[in-house]
Ligand binder design. Structure first.
Ligand SMILES: C[S@@+](CC[C@H](N)C(=O)[O-])C[C@H]1O[C@@H](n2cnc3c(N)ncnc32)[C@H](O)[C@@H]1O
Length: 253
């Protein structure tokens, strides 16, 4: 099982520290997008966390099931109104299995990068595809690697600098890994959180989808279906499983 970086210390403050991501202006757009893809009204969230997206999606009438490694994050979800509608499996979303099939599976907020090897990311696509109905879609929201803004020879990119919070990504280009260094003040003490990630380009994700029998259906620069361009800082990509077995994407033997 991968390391759980979202234990009690992080889970206790997750909603507060990600408060801007809970803004209804952001969440509603994501929920609209995902609800449109849930043709039979079922969705699987990989890395469901404290239910930022799952709870409002369930309120739209979509049957949502989630997978997460962190008992502490899921305990926060369980304490919220509406959580009784949502099933959760504790496990690694690259390998854990859930009963039933879904019309959409989704993995948002850069969480594909929590899988720190290519093999794990490939397994995640295969696991998502295995849980989809024919014609079902897998949606990922992830930032573009910030290498365009990394001067030659440098390894550090700041992603947040404020009076109460500092954050720097430390890139290791040879291994395609990065470590996010977060520092913030809580109760007069400095807290530190340094999770490791594997950054990944859209083209590599497309290849992972292909290995899992899916193909790219849409790629946008954001949840409002903004065009994806060379300047996009992140993307929302949708891969689709064929709607009939004859249309299965053939992979080499
Ligand atoms: C950044 S949080 C996102 C939570 C939620 N999706 C949201 O948008 O607020 C990442 C979540 O993914 C979970 N996670 C990370 N790696 C995982 C893995 N390999 N298997 C299952 N859950 C994982 C963490 O425990 C955490 O709850």
């Amino acid at each position: 099982m991968p390391t759980d970086y979202f234990g009690e210390r992080i889970a206790a403050h997750y909603d507060e520290s990600a408060a801007d991501m809970f803004d209804p202006g952001i969440v509603d757009l994501m929920v609209d997008f995902l609800a449109d893809l849930a043709f039979d009204g079922s969705a699987l969230e990989l890395g469901i966390g404290t239910g930022r997206i799952a709870l409002p999606l369930a309120r739209r009438g979509v049957r949502v099931h989630g997978i997460d490694l962190s008992e502490a994050m899921v305990a926060r979800l369980r304490a919220k109104p509406g959580a009784e509608q949502i099933g959760v499996t504790i496990g690694d979303f690259a390998t854990a299995t859930v009963e039933g099939y879904f019309s959409v599976a989704y993995l948002v907020f850069n969480t594909i990068m929590n899988l720190t090897t290519q093999d794990q990311q490939v397994a995640c696509f295969q696991n998502a595809a295995a849980h989809l109905k024919p014609g079902g879609c897998f949606v990922i929201e992830v930032g573009m690697p910030d290498l365009q803004r990394l001067p030659p020879g440098e390894t550090i990119r700041p992603f947040t600098v404020s009076e109460s919070r500092l954050g720097f990504d430390e890139y290791d280009i040879a291994s395609q890994r990065l470590v996010s260094h977060h520092y913030w003040i809580a109760d007069g003490k400095v807290e530190v959180f340094t999770p490791p990630f594997r950054y990944v380009w859209p083209a590599e994700l497309d290849l992972m989808a292909r290995l899992a029998g899916m193909s790219l259906r849409e790629r946008w620069g954001g949840w409002q279906r903004e065009p994806f361009t060379s300047e996009s800082m992140s993307h929302v990509s949708v891969w689709q499983k064929p709607d009939s077995p004859e249309k299965t994407v053939r992979t080499p033997p």
